[in-house]
Design a protein around this ligand. Sequence first.
Ligand SMILES: [Zn+2]
Length: 256
Amino acid sequence: MMACICNNFGIVECLLMRNHDIDLPHRADCVCDMCYKTANLVSANIRRLDTYRALSSEAFLWLSTSEPMLAAIQLSRDLQTCESTETQHKDIYQKLQQNVQNFATSLVQNCWNMEEVDVLLQQPDGSSISDAHLPYPRVRLALDGEMRQLTANLNVQMGIENKWHGEWRDYGKNAMYDAGRMLCHTVFFPILALLHAVSAGRLVQSFNYPVARFASYATSYFSFLAAIVVLRIVTAFTTTQHERTVLSNSMFCLIF
Ligand SMILES: [Zn+2]
């Protein structure tokens, strides 16, 4: 633990090669029997704090784990819990969490190109089943862990932007071209969607891009709302039951 707290890579590596390890501490909100018995002991709190100091060192995160970024994110969550529970050591836990964030951010920051960023952020380990299919499961974990510094990093932001635009790599550079794309996915969305469905995505591939899907879904949603509002207004001005029935049926077909 002393070698980790001093961030001595050489000694930490030497000790790890001799199968030395650090047992993970129980979090401050743990309610197991052992923690219940030692809940108010100052020595137990100090021991937990020292263990977290060792675990959050760059030397330990880098050398003892096969997934340093995942370890940093999970450790950040634990430190947040300890920070809110053990208020007497709040400042120290805040500093430790900042160190862990700096470590995770430096991993992304030191990537040479976007392919390396993709490899780093696409790992699904540690994510829930519902989040594992996301383009960047690691970013989802970082958001849950409130790691603002990591999520605000330029490389992460660029990676997210690339995923958002998909194959529309020149999106935002030519206004006329972008307007044409948006026109296709708003005004001509029904035709495009029909072609996409009939050809199983072979003819229209832009629905694979999140920005195009967003434009189409937004158009669909607002068209539905507009149709409902128009139906309400027109129904209010019709007098006979027959007119209302005909109007309702026609609007239902339109909405469908
Ligand atoms: Zn416990």
